[in-house]
Ligand binder design. Structure first.
Ligand code: SAM
Length: 274
């Protein structure tokens, strides 16, 4: 059987794709502010992240789900790249901003904006509306546990009290949403480690372990630089002082974890012989 294509790259001309990153270290120092992208939502990611992922793991006209849509960066990229998109966020206010930005971007993609909790939201009716039963890629950019207070809503994963609670919540999101992903297609999780009570909390490693336990296939761990977050703006000197004093290094990176959903193996009906 022929290998199913997962993107529009023409491998006869593979040398021409200068815009596609294939290294696991992404140093991107300038955010793409073109079109309706703004970068004003504390905790957003740079458009180059969904742009790279979408070009690499989907074809024109395919469907992408973003389970933590925020200000809509992924769906703006869907418009630009001719993909269709579904975005979910628990926060209605940011969802409306996402909708305004993504629909005002040039393009004629089909886009859906759903207010809900990704741990239990059902999207079957949205899929039915477009006569599809699965999406072709999922992007997850959850809160990095509690480092940013997005809002007071108790369903927000940023408002979980313990690491275990945060990871449980994220696991529920994975259980609830990956059933909508086509087999043998890709998902990407954008996550950073955090520093709390004088200790490095390796959120990235916890999430890799969680996904491996669920039998997803790890395809890549990309390390991406974070040049200057809003939280650390103008605080370079104090962070350097704290780091020198406290024996730790200042975060300058986050992860883009890429997994493939395995082909569902039918359970064999094996009868036990006594
Ligand atoms: C890191 S931000 C995503 C930013 C987004 N990539 C962007 O570029 O704007 C995480 C988002 O997840 C949302 N969120 C947190 N818990 C959620 C949940 N249980 N279900 C759906 N969305 C949730 C927050 O409201 C927040 O907007």
């Amino acid at each position: 059987m022929a290998k199913k294509e997962i993107n529009d790259l023409d491998m006869v001309h593979w040398k021409d794709y200068d815009d596609i990153i294939t290294d696991s270290l992404w140093i991107i120092n300038k955010r793409d502010n073109s079109g309706t992208h703004k970068g004003d939502y504390h905790g957003n990611f740079i458009p180059q992240i969904p742009n790279q992922l979408i070009k690499r793991y989907t074809k024109k006209g395919e469907w992408i789900l973003d389970a933590f849509l925020g200000s809509g960066t992924t769906l703006i990229e869907c418009q630009k790249l001719g993909r269709n998109g579904i975005g979910i966020d628990i926060d209605e206010k940011i969802l409306n901003i996402a909708k305004e930005r993504a629909t005002n971007e040039k393009g004629n993609s089909k886009l859906e904006f759903i207010k809900g909790d990704s741990r239990n939201i059902k999207i079957d009716n949205y899929l039915k509306k477009y006569k599809i039963d699965k999406v072709n890629m999922i992007i997850y950019h959850p809160p990095y546990w509690d480092i940013i207070k997005f809002n007071n809503c108790k369903e927000n994963l940023a408002n979980t009290n313990t690491l275990q609670e945060f990871l449980k919540g994220f696991e529920k999101v994975i259980n609830n949403t990956t059933k909508y992903l086509e087999d043998e297609r890709y998902l990407a999780i954008v996550i950073g480690d955090i520093y709390k009570n004088s200790e490095w909390i390796p959120l990235g490693s916890h999430i890799i372990q969680l996904m491996l336990r669920k039998n997803f296939i790890l395809k890549s761990i990309v390390v991406k630089n974070i040049s200057e977050t809003k939280g650390k703006q103008n605080q370079k000197a104090i962070w350097r002082y704290r780091a020198l004093l406290g024996g730790f290094y200042i975060f300058n990176h986050e992860y883009i974890l890429i997994f493939k959903k395995p082909k569902e193996r039918k359970k064999k009906n094996v009868k036990r012989q006594n």
